[in-house]
Every structure is written in structure tokens, then in C-alpha cells.
Design a protein around this ligand. Structure first.
Ligand code: TYM
Length: 337
């Protein structure tokens, strides 16, 4: 029994749609690394999701490789975890088609992210953007994942995943594991913009000072933190409602140092915002420097990255095929074998 529990599957993915932010790192990637020892982890570069908003093809290709390298540089070990590119495993699209037939348009049109992205990309509200959550559901269910580490903004998509898994199981008999989301309890699940702490930090923000990317250098990082919007008070205290800017910076400091929020507050007792912002910037820059160096080293070895992708997509495809065959059988497709 214990063995069975240890072998539980975990799935998550990140889109290669531009620079990866410290929000992605704190809310998701950092936890991917932590959970490696406890679960059988499967991590994807979600390129199929990325094209739901317009991408420059050359940039998408480059971002895919960079994200693959970043995953490894952050500590995801391809010997322990399955690491692959979503479009290399056709079963993701195949299962999406089947799940589309048990999904209602109203369930998708009311998704917060769909509404936000439709407003932001009003000239390109395409079917893929609306179907985005069903593709995510397929990603997760194909691997029978029990746990899905994500940031707070993905919670609604995880609820849909559970709903569709249960709906399919009820209609066709037990097929899918119903997954649980793994979302940080503290504010690390939703790292806020440095320019406007009422908004989520997002790689698609038009203001580059709003986010820190994993590839920003030390000067840039420190400059961005120095400019971070705070409040007119002068006490470094964690109070997300009252002091969203300072609380966000404390969260970032806590995430990169491993110190508790209370300890982090104590580090800055009696100090001004200037010192505090500089300290946060330094902690982040020092933590990111070795990751950036390792990513650059990996990117110089494309053969290695290609071999990781190939081995990863082969393992993923094998697992996915097993679930897809079961689904095809359950819905009544005549076996071609
Ligand atoms: P993406 O690429 O937008 O984001 C990747 C992960 O980063 C988290 N995140 C944040 N966490 C904390 N604070 C923030 N400001 C912040 N911004 C982003 C996201 O919640 C996410 O966990 N649809 C997914 C990718 C995906 C996926 C999946 C995830 C595709 N298939 C299957 C889980 C399971 C996404 O939007 O990623």
C-alpha cells in the first residue's frame, strides 16, 4: 500500500510563451523541484497551449528550448522526472477531442482566464483559446495524475478537470484518477505585479517593470525592485489587504530565502523601504544567477536537450497511450488492432 502511495503521479506544465517570471517560479516551478522525491513527476512545456494567443514561430521554438533548459537548471532532474514537449505527444490532442464531447460551451465561456484573455486579445478570440482548459484537463488525466502543482490562477481549470474526470467516470465507468490541486497556502500562489500590487505578476504585462524574469541580470533585478510600488507607511509588515506591495515583496523574500514571513519581517524591523527593497533585489538576483548560468550552459548543449526531450516524450507517450486506449475502448471505438 505504501509503495502504491509513493508511486502516485504528478503532472504540471508551463507555457513557453515568452519570458518566465519569478511568479511562475515561486508559484509553480520551485514546487515541481520539491515534489520530485515524493511523486512520479511528469512535466511538460505546453506549446499547444501557447499558440492559443499569437506567437512568433521562431520565438516559440526558441522559448521551448529555453524553458526545457530552465526546468533542468532549476533542479528538475530528467533522470527522476519525465520532461517533455506537449506537441511531441499526440495523445494530448486526441483526448481533448473526446473530452470536448462531454464539455459544455457555458463551462468554458465562464472561465476567468478565457474572459481575461478574450478582452486582452480581442482581435483573436479563437476556438483554441476557449478550449484551452479542456486541453489542460487532457494533459492531467492522460497521466492519471493525483496531484497538480499550480499557481492560484489555475484553480478554476483544476476544478473543471475534476468535474470532467467525474463526469466521464460516471458515464463510462471508472477510467480517470480525479486529481487534487497543489496550491501554496501562502501568497506565493499569487505573486503580484511590482508596478501594481493589485494585479497578478504576468509575463504578458505590457510594463516590463511589473515583472522580474528568470533571465534578468542583477542590475535589472535590483532596478525593478527599487521601483516597486509600495505604500506611504514605513513599516515592513505582512498585511496583504492593507499593504499589498510590501506583503508581495515579503512573500518574494520568504520564497527565495526560505525564512518564514515572521522572520522576514524581523529582518527589516526598524529599517526603511529603501533598504528592504534593495535586500529583496539582492536575494532574488543571487538566487537566480546560478540558475541563469546553468541554463546558458545547457542551451549550449542542444544535443543533450534534444536527447532529454526525446526520452521524455517516449516515456510520456507510452503512459498516455495506455489511458487513451482505455478511453477509446470505453466510448465504443472499434479497435484497430
Ligand atoms: P503558465 O505558463 O501561464 O504558468 C505556469 C505556472 O505558473 C503559475 N503562475 C503563478 N504563480 C504565482 N504567481 C504568479 N503571478 C503566477 N503566474 C503564473 C501558474 O499558475 C502555473 O502553475 N495553463 C497552464 C499551463 C498548463 C498546465 C497544464 C498546468 C498546461 N497544461 C496541466 C497544470 C496542468 C498555465 O497557464 O501556465
Amino acid at each position: 500500500m505504501e509503495n502504491q502511495e509513493r508511486a502516485q503521479k504528478l503532472f504540471s506544465a508551463v507555457q513557453p510563451s515568452g519570458a518566465i517570471t519569478i511568479g511562475n517560479y515561486i508559484g509553480a516551478i520551485r514546487n515541481f523541484v520539491k515534489l520530485q522525491g515524493e511523486y512520479d513527476c511528469i512535466y511538460a512545456v505546453a506549446d499547444l497551449h501557447a499558440i492559443t494567443v499569437r506567437q512568433d514561430p521562431a520565438a516559440l521554438r526558441r522559448n521551448t528550448l529555453e524553458l526545457m533548459a530552465l526546468f533542468i537548471a532549476c533542479g528538475i532532474d530528467p533522470e527522476k522526472s519525465v520532461l517533455f514537449v506537449q506537441s511531441h505527444v499526440p495523445a494530448h490532442c486526441e483526448l481533448t477531442w473526446v473530452l470536448n464531447t462531454i464539455t459544455y460551451p457555458g463551462e468554458l465561456s465562464r472561465m476567468t482566464q478565457f474572459k481575461d484573455k478574450s478582452a486582452r486579445h480581442a482581435d483573436n478570440v479563437n476556438m483554441g483559446l476557449m478550449d484551452y482548459p479542456v486541453l489542460m484537463v487532457s494533459d492531467i488525466l492522460l497521466y492519471q495524475a493525483a496531484l497538480v502543482p499550480v499557481g492560484e490562477d489555475q484553480k478554476q481549470h483544476l476544478e473543471l478537470t475534476r468535474d470532467l474526470a467525474i463526469r466521464f467516470n460516471n458515464r463510462y465507468g471508472a477510467t480517470f484518477t480525479v486529481p487534487e490541486p497543489y496550491i501554496l497556502k501562502d501568497s506565493g500562489a499569487r505573486v503580484m505585479s511590482l508596478a501594481d500590487p493589485s494585479r497578478k505578476m504576468s509575463k504578458s504585462d505590457e510594463n516590463p517593470n511589473a515583472f522580474v524574469t528568470m533571465s534578468d541580470d542583477k542590475d535589472t533585478i535590483i532596478r525593478k525592485f527599487k521601483r516597486a510600488v509600495t505604500d506611504s507607511d514605513s513599516v515592513v509588515r505582512y498585511a496583504p489587504e492593507e499593504k499589498p506591495g510590501i506583503s508581495n515583496l515579503l512573500t518574494i523574500y520568504h520564497a527565495f530565502t526560505g525564512k518564514s514571513l515572521a522572520e522576514s519581517e524581523r529582518d527589516f524591523a526598524g529599517k526603511g523601504y529603501g533598504d528592504f527593497k534593495l535586500a529583496v533585489g539582492e536575494v532574488v538576483a543571487d538566487a537566480l544567477a546560478p540558475i541563469r548560468a546553468e541554463q546558458a550552459r545547457l542551451l549550449a548543449d542542444k544535443e543533450y536537450l534534444r536527447s532529454v526531450m526525446k526520452a521524455g516524450s517516449e516515456s510520456a507517450a507510452r503512459m498516455a497511450r495506455r489511458t487513451l486506449s482505455k478511453v477509446y475502448r470505453k466510448v465504443g471505438f472499434y479497435s484497430g488492432e
